[in-house]
Design a protein around this ligand. Sequence first.
Ligand SMILES: NC(=O)c1ccc[n+]([C@@H]2O[C@H](COP(=O)([O-])OP(=O)(O)OC[C@H]3O[C@@H](n4cnc5c(N)ncnc54)[C@H](OP(=O)(O)O)[C@@H]3O)[C@@H](O)[C@H]2O)c1
Length: 227
Amino acid sequence: MTTILITGVHRGIGREMAKQSLAKGWRVIGSVRYQEHADEALVSLGTGFSPIIFDVTDQEAIERAAATIDEPIDILINNSGVIGPDRQSCLDMDFHGFELTLAINTIGPLRVSQAFLQHLRKSENGRLLIISSIMGSLAHNTSFDRIAYRASKAGVNKVLQGLANDLEPEGIAAVSIHPGWVRTDMGGPNASIAPETSAAGILEIADRLSLSETGRFLNYDGSEIDW
Ligand SMILES: NC(=O)c1ccc[n+]([C@@H]2O[C@H](COP(=O)([O-])OP(=O)(O)OC[C@H]3O[C@@H](n4cnc5c(N)ncnc54)[C@H](OP(=O)(O)O)[C@@H]3O)[C@@H](O)[C@H]2O)c1
């Protein structure tokens, strides 16, 4: 049976990926930030789901959560993320908000990946995904709004390339994923695709991921995106 760890399952794409993983018969470990969200998720998601609690900026909490898990993890999906502060243009930046965005979107996935690497190593087919965004692509350079968010996702793409390089000798594949423009709290009601569509595409990629695709930046539908 596949065991998957997804960060940020309280809502959005993370919650949908947790639901669909359970429907596939996978065992799901999902992170939330608060005890009441863990209690709610346990009731809503039901059998096969185990919550763990941490903020992705909190190194000690991540390590504490990792220490409670003894079993192999086959798939780690770093999904948690924020859009960043209200003021985030290059001419008017909320610098504290920018730092927090980097801490959550760029450094958070690396903290989580390092802490749970021991569990991925126990799997015979360990796979690591980071939910990034096409807004972090340096190749797609025609929009310059939301610079904190864009920079954080460009940064995490470089982190992903490093992870893919460093983990390839151990047989662990790693990719960066653009989930599409998705109708969640972050994507808003006018976004083009439903969370169900995005989550299904991401899980299909996760299920089939092998070293032949490691180090790539993929759209939720499996097509490749320019860095
Ligand atoms: N929606 C889109 O159109 C879109 C497009 C491109 C990329 N993405 C990326 O897809 C991922 C999921 O986005 P979404 O649309 O599902 O967003 P969402 O509905 O806003 O959900 C964000 C999730 O991240 C969690 N989170 C936020 N800050 C956290 C922190 N400091 N520590 C741990 N967890 C934290 C939230 O937990 P709480 O509930 O506790 O706040 C929530 O579970 C993000 O990485 C986002 O950048 C989304």
